[in-house]
Structure formats: structure tokens, C-alpha cells
Ligand binder design. Structure first.
Ligand SMILES: *[C@@H]1O[C@H](CO)[C@@H](O)[C@H](O)[C@H]1NC(C)=O
Ligand SMILES: *[C@@H]1O[C@H](CO)[C@@H](O)[C@H](O)[C@H]1NC(C)=O
Ligand SMILES: *[C@@H]1O[C@H](CO)[C@@H](O)[C@H](O)[C@H]1NC(C)=O
Length: 337
């Protein structure tokens, strides 16, 4: 027997070596594959109940719920009405920027780039005294952007899970995939393209290179639309103030139309706050974690039954939600709160 074993030893060693190399390659490949194809799952599946808070976070959140400062930051035009925020969320700090009134107490250096000029101006001016949580939202209570069966911002914000925000650092305030997910913008493929006035794909790559110098331009960018999101003070301050100043400088400098420059930032916030370029959790998971709406029926990855449908027009009819699209009487789809 000894002679046979001696004869086999070199062959055996080679086999072991090959096997080892193969396994190493497999592990490497697994990591590569996790690098986000469009629509990839970004959240982990198994923490729907929020059980992975650290005990310190949990203590902070449960012992001291009222001492935490929460603020809303709103870009408002004269024609819009943010008063519902004052009546319904008395404890939240209100930062209502009047973009079209240079004498207003809160305004912007220039009305450019839609809501993004306001969001950046707020962060720059309050960088050293930020509240714990900041919600960046639009002024009107009823607007098609709102992820709610009646497009009502009130239940949307009432359901919003601040503890989940505190755990995540950044949360998009919309779960439905219609518009934005899984890959709204393909910066490389669409470079220079001008297919629609509202699509920023053609200008995205060039802007990205100025906004995020030294970072590789992603192939796909996706996040559910409309530039309503929340971030914690700690997350915002992971970047130095000068980053936000340079984003705003880009906005002030750019010759792009507001619809395009605004949209470029709309599809950048999630990356500014540390998420992957495609940030599209499944609607089921998102509704549960972000709004506490669990056990919904969700037949597709991007929608759950009865939660959100893209409206036929972007302006809601006068009298909504009790007047419908044809001027007919309408009942609310869901209760007010
Ligand atoms: C602009 O803001 C000032 C200061 O708050 C206010 O007095 C004025 O009425 C505003 N103008 C308009 C047109 O809303
Ligand atoms: C804005 O324009 C100025 C003057 O042309 C230039 O020096 C600066 O680098 C530009 N900043 C950004 C962020 O594009
Ligand atoms: C609204 O609800 C009431 C009470 O359930 C019902 O009687 C009425 O027909 C509904 N109206 C419409 C337009 O659906």
C-alpha cells in the first residue's frame, strides 16, 4: 500500500489545488454578481420587523420619542399650499422655502433646478444645526407624486416610519415603481440623447462626472420617482458641507433646463446619501418598512394592490379627492389617516 499512496500524492495535491482555486473563483464571482444588475434587491429580506436595531438605537428611539427633532423642508411656489403641514404635524419643524419670492424669510439664491435648489440651500445653511430627521417633500397635500390611493400626503406622512429612517439614514418616500424603478436612467447608453423633454438620460453622464468627480458613472440609475425623501442628520453629515455647496454651484452654473437639472438631482439624492445607483426595494418590502403597511397583496415587485396607480394627468382635478377626473362625485379610496 505505501508505494501506491506515494504515487498518488502529487496528483492528489494538484486536485486539491485546483479545487481550491475553483472555490476561490466562485466566491469572487458571487461578489461580482451581487454588484447590482438593474432592479436588484438592495434591502435584506428578513428584517421586516425592524428587529435589527442596535440596542442603543432602540433605547434612543423608544425612550425619547418626542425629544428627537424632525423637520420638513418644502419648496413652495405662491400657488401652492403647505398649510396642512402646520395643522397636522405641530411638532415638526417647518422650513417652507418660497422659491418665487425674494423677500420671503426662507428663499433661494436663484429659482433653478426645481426643489433641488431648496433642499441644497437648507442643508448648506443648517449644516451645523440639523434636526435628527429631515423630510424633503412637496408642498401640496394632494399631488400625484404621493404614494397613496388618494394621492394624499397626510396618511403618507402619518404612516412614515421614523425609526426605520433612523436605522437606514436615507429613505425614499415612495414605494411604487411606476416612474423611476428599476432603471430610469442609463447614463452611458443614453448619453447625448434628447428623446423627451422630461428625461434626463442624455445629460446625466456629463453632470454626474462634475457632481461626483472620480466616481465611476453607473450603467443604471433607478429610484422611485419624484424627489420626496428623508435623511437623518448623521447621514447628511457623512458628507462635508462643501459637497453640498458644489452640487449647488453646479446647479447655479448649469445651462440645462430646470426640468433636466432638477431631474438629474432627483436621480442622485439616493447616491448622495450612500445608496447604490439602483435603489429599488420591492414594493412589498418598502410599504412594510417605510410606511408600516405590511401584509399587502403584491403581485408584482413594483406594486401592491390598491396602493398606487399612475394618474391620467399630472394635475389633479379641482375638488379632489371628492371630485373625480370627469368632475363626478367621488368617495375617498382610503380613510383620511
Ligand atoms: C413675499 O414675502 C413677503 C415676506 O414674507 C410677504 O410680505 C409678501 O406678501 C410675499 N409676496 C407674495 C407675492 O406672496
Ligand atoms: C461653476 O462655474 C465656475 C466659473 O465658471 C467654475 O469655476 C466652477 O468650477 C463651476 N463649478 C461647478 C461645480 O461646475
Ligand atoms: C360614496 O359612499 C356612499 C356611502 O357608502 C355611497 O352611498 C355613495 O354611493 C358613494 N358615492 C360614490 C360616488 O361612489
Amino acid at each position: 500500500m505505501p508505494p501506491i499512496r506515494r504515487r498518488c500524492t502529487p496528483k492528489f495535491a494538484v486536485i486539491v489545488l485546483l479545487l481550491w482555486l475553483f472555490l476561490a473563483l466562485l466566491f469572487q464571482l458571487k461578489d461580482e454578481l451581487r454588484n447590482l444588475p438593474p432592479g436588484a434587491e438592495v434591502f435584506v429580506e428578513n428584517d421586516l420587523d425592524g428587529s435589527d436595531f442596535t440596542s442603543d438605537q432602540r433605547k434612543l428611539i423608544t425612550q425619547n420619542p418626542t425629544k428627537r427633532r424632525t423637520a420638513v423642508v418644502v419648496a413652495s411656489q405662491r400657488t401652492e399650499d403647505p398649510s396642512w403641514l402646520f395643522t397636522n404635524f405641530p411638532d415638526w419643524e417647518k422650513n417652507i422655502y418660497a422659491v418665487d419670492n425674494q423677500s420671503a424669510p426662507l428663499t433661494v439664491p436663484q429659482n433653478k433646478g426645481r426643489e433641488s435648489m431648496v433642499y441644497l440651500t437648507y442643508i448648506i445653511d443648517n449644516y451645523n444645526n440639523l434636526p435628527d430627521n429631515v423630510l424633503f417633500i412637496h408642498p401640496n397635500r394632494y399631488q400625484w407624486h404621493n404614494d397613496d390611493p388618494d394621492y394624499d400626503g397626510l396618511p403618507m406622512l402619518r404612516h412614515f416610519q421614523l425609526p426605520y429612517l433612523e436605522k437606514e439614514g436615507y429613505v425614499n418616500i415612495r414605494c411604487a415603481w411606476s416612474l423611476g424603478c428599476p432603471a430610469e436612467i442609463k447614463p452611458l447608453e443614453e448619453e447625448g440623447e434628447h428623446r423627451a423633454q422630461v428625461h434626463a438620460g442624455g445629460d446625466y453622464k456629463q453632470a454626474f462626472e462634475v457632481l461626483f468627480p472620480g466616481i465611476e458613472v453607473p450603467k443604471f440609475v433607478g429610484v422611485s420617482c419624484c424627489a420626496q425623501f428623508a435623511a437623518t442628520r448623521d447621514k447628511i453629515r457623512e458628507r462635508p458641507r462643501k459637497d453640498y455647496e458644489s452640487y449647488r454651484e453646479w446647479l447655479l452654473n448649469t445651462t440645462l433646463a430646470d426640468s433636466i437639472s432638477g431631474r438629474i438631482l432627483e436621480y442622485s439624492w439616493h447616491m448622495i446619501f450612500g445608496k447604490e445607483s439602483v435603489h429599488c426595494p420591492s414594493a412589498e418590502e418598502c410599504y412594510c418598512k417605510v410606511f408600516g403597511l405590511c401584509n399587502l397583496e403584491c403581485k408584482e415587485r413594483g406594486s401592491c394592490t390598491g396602493r398606487y396607480i399612475l394618474p391620467p394627468f399630472s394635475t389633479l382635478p379641482e375638488g379632489w379627492p371628492v371630485i373625480g377626473w370627469q368632475g363626478e362625485p367621488r368617495n375617498r379610496t382610503a380613510p383620511e389617516t
